[in-house]
Design a protein around this ligand. Structure first.
Ligand SMILES: C[C@H](O)CC(=O)SCCNC(=O)CCNC(=O)[C@H](O)C(C)(C)COP(=O)(O)OP(=O)(O)OC[C@H]1O[C@@H](n2cnc3c(N)ncnc32)[C@H](O)[C@@H]1OP(=O)(O)O
Length: 724
């Protein structure tokens, strides 16, 4: 047995002559250097000992391994750890484990991801359970598989599938892995170890093949064909992620192995990995990995030892777009749901929306007909509150009308059990106001979903000063169960995401009125990595929604509102965005957007009414400046949100921006990106623009204070106080 502080492996030798090496590093058995060193020692011991004839590698507590220990990336980036090139991939895995004179079999339960799968692939066979997940998700972290995965996976499953698995980062489950040739047999968890032991002995005695996957060639196409596959993958990758370097490097590395042989491929992989791990993209994506997990750690709430209560049944009020989307998300995660509407017609429409959402999954092959029936049977439509007595959570998703919501919450208090959580999906109305006519303030909470609610990954959990920590812990748990990333925020107009969205749209409108081309802004923003520009998004959301949300901000934050007339003028002409086929763009039958030459008339009219002149400096504004003028006001607002305590930490705003606004994850989120540019720089730019274009750009006091001492925006306040 070898021990390390960051995990270890244990070798146990059975009477059958099989040495079982177990990776132990909770919670996911990640592979730190301690684990690797211990793995090498355990292996060498197994090879030395005469009572060991064959080896099985497995992971403790039903998880093979979640891959290389991601926390080590930070140490490599910080220069405190400098791994020797090729040490793990070549010296250890290839020349010690794969080349061993005793056969080894990987017994995979739970997870074999990244480095975990790479360890499994150097074994001479793999047995997995049906639910095991096997994959190479490294590209999601801005790196490539670095322990031989680029070479072995394509040799086991074929080039096309290997490229697909690596480029999409999507894992496959046991059965599929078996049909692809990635694993050799699928058995239940109970049978896993015994089957793997026997398999290892069978290899030893020649009853099963002894395969070194690095040298397999039977699934690799002839060179000409392989090159075509690589070129196709390159062109698809460039289309999907034009700004990212690492997916293309990954294709080059795989190709090197096919063209020059797998050992050359391993060396190229090692070299590329070393370079990529230090890239800004990897730093950003690794930050996002931790930030995403950090959203469910809320000081004063999740550190009290509270256990989430079991939510057995949920009721939803309102079967509109939001209500039906939320219902879909819940039934998809096996929650029985009651959907309440005010009359049969609306109820039918609501239920049909849920049905359509589920049917679209069946059409896309993501759900069987049988599962569809079963999932839909979890939904029950009702017209009154009678069946609300045994629900544990209600989510109100009716129209944004204060008195209606107040009435609903007063009714809920009468009909629901005292423990039932009373949540509202409001995106604008103060929760204190909504609960004014109840005495249930401690169980009133916001559950703000984003449309379409069954697709968008973010859930804002909005707490008031009275919301009990238990209710927040319960909602965090439900959020995770329905596969959302929950972010806990304070109660204010717009919460975190809409607070950031508002200046984004406003800045874009301000620029247009001062002379920047609408389409140039959208192009710059898309080039920056957003899924679409602010104007295309306005068209998609519809001017009605955009204007209604805008009004909330104008009322609440008048001093920093830029009042553009472009949208109201278009609305006067019955242009409302994509639904009317005319907005900032015009749309054809297939909803394809084209620039509209008539748009300039509205812009000119808006300018003349508001007395705004074209600024020659802005007419040919470079891309970089467009991005800064659109996003620095967002940074400014994010600073206010943090300063007011609406968000708990900067990383939560990074996740809110990525999942709620579509901010490019490879830039690490809004605050992470801002810190890469520096608070001083952002402050000086905003200050300069506020002189030319008004209060809208005025840097807030949080930003000013940080800039004065050049302190990063994301450093927590407690750590900053002494420096300010
Ligand atoms: C050279 C090599 O090719 C490079 C690599 O191997 S890179 C690593 C590749 N592996 C990955 O990308 C897997 C990343 N992990 C995951 O996707 C998910 O954590 C998982 C599917 C393994 C488990 O998911 P889930 O059960 O929901 O638990 P989750 O909350 O995500 O993780 C549990 C804890 O394990 C940690 N963790 C997960 N994977 C980790 C890893 N590879 N390294 C270090 N910590 C890890 C998480 O940070 C979290 O810590 P916390 O409790 O302190 O917040």
């Amino acid at each position: 047995m070898s021990r390390g502080t960051l995990g270890l492996t244990v070798l146990e030798v059975g009477a059958d002559g099989v040495g079982v090496i177990t990776i132990i590093h909770p919670p996911v058995n990640s592979l730190s250097f301690d684990v690797f060193n211990s793995l090498k020692e355990s292996f060498e011991e197994a090879l030395r000992r005469d009572d060991v004839k064959a080896i099985v590698v497995t992971g403790a507590n039903g998880r093979f391994s979640g891959g290389f220990d991601i926390s080590v990336f930070g140490k490599i980036q910080g220069g405190t750890v400098r791994p020797k090139r090729g040490y793990v991939a070549i010296e250890m895995l290839t020349d010690t484990l794969e080349a061993a004179r005793k056969p080894s079999v990987a017994a995979i339960d739970g997870l074999a991801l990244g480095g975990g799968l790479e360890v499994a692939m150097v074994c001479h066979a793999r047995i997995s359970t049906p639910n095991a997940q096997l994959g190479q998700p490294e590209l999601q972290l801005g790196v490539i598989p670095g322990f031989g995965g680029t070479q072995r996976l394509p040799r086991l499953v074929g080039l096309t599938k290997g490229l697909e698995m690596i480029l999409t980062s999507k894992p496959v489950k046991g059965e599929e892995a078996c049909s692809l040739g990635l694993v050799d047999a699928v058995v239940s968890s109970n049978e896993l170890l015994n089957t793997a032991r026997q398999w290892a002995l069978d290899i030893l005695e020649g009853r099963r093949p002894w395969v070194a996957s690095l040298y397999k060639t039977d699934k690799i196409e002839p060179l000409g064909e392989a090159r075509e596959i690589f070129n196709f993958a390159r062109s698809q990758t460039k289309k999907r992620a034009p700004d990212l370097e690492h997916p293309l490097v990954c294709i080059d590395v795989i190709e090197e192995g096919i063209v020059s042989g797998p050992r050359a491929g391993l060396w190229k992989e090692a070299e590329a990995f070393e370079h990529l791990v230090l890239s800004d993209t990897a730093k950003s994506l690794i930050h996002v990995f931790y930030a995403q997990r950090g959203t469910s750690k809320v000081p004063g709430v999740t550190d009290r030892g509270l256990v989430p209560r079991r939510v057995k049944k949920v009721a939803i009020l309102g079967g509109g777009l939001m209500g039906s989307g939320i219902a879909t998300a819940l039934v998809l995660s096996n929650y029985p749901v009651i959907l309440k509407e005010v009359n049969e017609k609306f109820l039918d429409a609501g239920v049909n929306r849920v049905k359509a959402n589920l049917q679209s999954r069946v059409r896309k092959g993501q759900m069987t007909q049988e599962k569809f029936e079963k999932t839909l049977s979890l939904l029950k439509g009702v017209l009154d509150y009678e069946s609300f007595r045994d629900v544990d959570l209600v989510i109100e998703a009716v129209i944004e009308n204060v008195s209606l919501k107040q009435q609903i919450f007063a009714d809920l208090e009468k009909y629901c059990a005292p423990h039932c959580i009373l949540a509202s999906n409001t995106s604008t109305i103060d929760l204190n106001l909504i609960g004014e006519r109840t005495r249930s303030q401690d169980r009133i909470v916001g559950a703000h979903f984003f449309s379409p609610a069954h697709v968008m990954p973010l859930l804002e959990i909005v707490r008031t000063k009275q919301t009990s920590p238990q209710v927040i812990v319960d909602l965090l748990d439900i959020g995770k169960k329905i596969k959302k990333t929950p972010v806990v925020v304070g109660n204010c107009t717009g919460f975190a995401v809409n607070r950031m969205f508002f200046p984004y749209t406003q800045a874009a409108l301000l620029l247009v009125e001062h002379g920047v081309d609408v389409y140039q802004i959208d192009r710059a923003v898309v080039k920056f990595g957003m899924p679409m520009g602010p104007f295309r998004l306005c068209d998609l959301v519809g001017f009605g929604v955009a204007a209604a949300t805008g009004m909330q901000f104008i009322e609440n934050f008048p001093e920093r509102t830029y009042k553009s007339l472009i949208i109201p003028l278009m609305q006067e002409d019955k242009r409302a965005g994509e639904t009317t086929r005319k907005g900032f763009y015009v749309y054809d039958d297939k909803r394809k957007a084209r620039p509209d030459p008539e748009l300039k008339n509205y812009i000119e009219k808006a300018r003349s009414i508001s007395g705004v002149n074209i600024d020659p400096k802005l007419v040919k504004l470079p891309m970089k400046d467009i991005i800064e003028m659109v996003f620095f006001p967002v940074v400014n607002e994010a600073c206010r949100v943090l300063d007011e305590g609406i968000a708990v930490k900067a990383a939560d705003l990074d996740i809110s921006a990525i999942m709620g606004m579509g901010f490019p994850p490879y830039r690490g989120g809004i605050m992470f990106w801002a810190d890469s540019l520096g608070s001083k720089y952002i402050y000086s730019r905003l200050e300069e623009w506020s002189k030319s274009y008004g209060e809208f750009f005025k840097p807030c006091s949080y930003l000013a204070a940080r800039a004065a001492k050049d302190i990063p925006l994301s450093v927590p306040m407690e750590l900053v106080k002494s420096r300010l």
